[in-house]
Ligand binder design. Sequence first.
Ligand code: ZN
Length: 383
Amino acid sequence: MRLVYPTHKQERILEAWLVLCCETYNAALDERKSAYRMAGISLSYEDQCAELPGCKEVRPDLAKVPYQVLQDVVKRVDLAFDAFFQRVEEGKMPGFPRFKSRFRYHSLTFKQFGNSFKIHRQGKKNRGTLELARLGPVKMVMHRAIKGTPKTAIVKRTPTGKWFVSITVELRANDLQASRLPHTSEPVGIDVGLKTFAYLSTGEAIANPRFFREDETKLARAGRKLARAPKGTKERAHKRKVVARTHERIANRRKNFIEQEVSKLIARFGFLAVEALVVRNMVKNPNLAKSIADASWSMFFTRLQAKAEEAGRQVVRVNPAYTSQTCSACGHRQPMPLSVRVYECPQCGLVIHRDHNGSLNILEDGLHAVGRHSRVIPEAPGL
Ligand SMILES: [Zn+2]
């Protein structure tokens, strides 16, 4: 994600395109729904793309939006329907894909590098230009040169009115080789927690940065102020923006923190075992601290997986059942309420930090899953 700075004029054009794309999305969705409900026909991406020129005749302003951006809108509807039918096939009872409100339509996709978008890096540090079809050059922050061949550029507006672009690239074998780290088969088990961010089977802990807690307080305060502001007022609109800004800052700080920790782990270990937490269900937890932690974990696992793939490391997700109840030395099981921070095994006498014990079990399960050996018994269990 790179920040881009459209001029006021460009910003108005981008805003107008977002509104038009949102309308097109809803119209394409509506057409598919009607065709399916009334005639039992599934329209395809190609069917709907073929209608785009006709739409432009009826709505001349659509012609101002780059053609490939519009095609991508139809593609998004197509993907939404694919996902819908997928869920039907799995025997679930999905809702139909939904119409999008103009407030929830934030992004434009420019396909085909060199055609609908170009990237220029300027001599000066951090300066670049993103050249978009029908819009012209937009200033872009560019700390590093782009590795690989750009494929698509997705221009996004955040709720606070900032603009970003994410550029997806295709990496050739050479590019991949370049980003590979020296080979290591060193294994680690990682247990995420609420008090410490994560505990490693090596006995190290990754502490939660202090700003996690501070940010939670700020967010709760901003949320209360928003709830108190009378509906439909300027004050409320302002408070909403404060909440959005707070969310955005939290997300950025967390992202940086996670990015750093993931890089360190990937550099050190060749085999990483983590819990397969069902984070999506846990996010519904009404407890704010908990739900924020869930969001961080989910980001952590996603980034770990992605970076591991880039670097040729192996990530294994293990079933989290019993990882805290089982003694990592002898396999004895006992209930471990969250308040109990130390695992004391009545069978073999092991005394070990609860999360360290968990991380050792995760490592063991991970190694077992890939047919590797060994239970690592800590000689001097640290607390
Ligand atoms: Zn034991």
